[in-house]
Ligand binder design. Structure first.
Ligand SMILES: Nc1ncnc2c1ncn2[C@@H]1O[C@H](COP(=O)(O)OP(=O)(O)OP(=O)(O)O)[C@@H](O)[C@H]1O
Ligand SMILES: [Mg+2]
Length: 229
């Protein structure tokens, strides 16, 4: 059905937050954006400009917007919640800034969770284990998040975003809470993984050095994104 080579096509996107049922804050206005399959793009911009808001919309986590959004050719605003959840579960990997791991679950259980929701499969343990091994966590799979270092928690969060073999990964400040050395290591490993496995990647970062790993860098400014020339 979708015969274009764009995974995402957005036109005239508007997003407002309504506070206490009266005040309307405009965050995104008339934004147009197309994302090619297998591309890597980064988004930079001042704090509060709307980067996370935009990423949540891209990642099908927020449908409270106006405009047109086609995800793999499907109109995001007109499909059912159930179908949207399925698409998000199978196609989108999301890495949150603050990891968002479930503290009661071990590393491997955290990684298995999205797989179980989507697949009901018996081999979820082996699949989660394989990804955790790839990220160098073979000795930590039974640890709960609080017993892991920040860098290890981040690698668990990355592994979790990859377990359903999504086409597209959205990463919001994935190295924002790590020391420079750990951030460098995790980021380079992650980018290599993305390239080798031919994923599409959108990442928000405050780190100029990391932004340059992308094919294209966008600036969030004035309620829109602009391509850095
Ligand atoms: N649920 C919400 N209700 C009302 N306003 C919100 C909500 N979420 C975010 N905002 C406002 O929208 C603006 C953009 O927020 P957003 O989190 O998208 O910024 P950001 O670019 O990701 O910033 P940062 O770089 O600090 O993470 C902010 O001014 C914020 O206060
Ligand atoms: Mg943000």
């Amino acid at each position: 059905m979708n015969n274009t080579n764009f995974i995402i096509e957005i036109s005239n996107l508007n997003k407002n937050y309504i506070i206490e049922n009266r005040e309307n804050i405009e965050i995104i206005k008339n934004l147009n954006f197309k994302l090619k399959r297998n591309s890597k793009i980064s988004i930079v911009g001042p704090s509060g400009s709307g980067k996370s808001t935009f990423l949540n919309i891209l990642g099908l986590l927020d449908r409270q917007f106006e405009g047109s959004y086609l995800f793999k050719g499907k109109n995001v605003l007109s499909i059912s919640d159930h179908k949207l959840n399925n698409i998000r579960g199978s196609s989108v990997g999301f890495i949150h800034q603050f990891f968002h791991l479930i503290p009661e679950l071990t590393a491997i259980e955290n990684v298995m969770l999205p797989y179980l929701i989507n697949n009901n499969s018996e081999n979820s343990f082996e699949i989660a284990q394989k990804i955790l091994f790839e990220f160098g966590l073979e000795d930590r799979i039974r640890f709960k998040p609080l017993k892991l270092s920040g860098g290890e928690q981040q690698r668990v969060a990355i592994a979790r975003s990859l377990i359903n073999n999504p086409d597209i990964i959205l990463a919001d400040e994935m190295t924002g809470n790590l020391d420079e050395n750990t951030a460098n290591k995790i980021f380079t490993f992650f980018i290599k993984y993305i390239e080798q496995n031919k994923k599409t990647l959108v990442y928000v970062t405050h780190n100029k050095k990391f932004a340059f790993f992308a094919d294209e860098i966008y600036n969030f400014n004035n309620k829109k994104i602009f391509l850095n020339e």
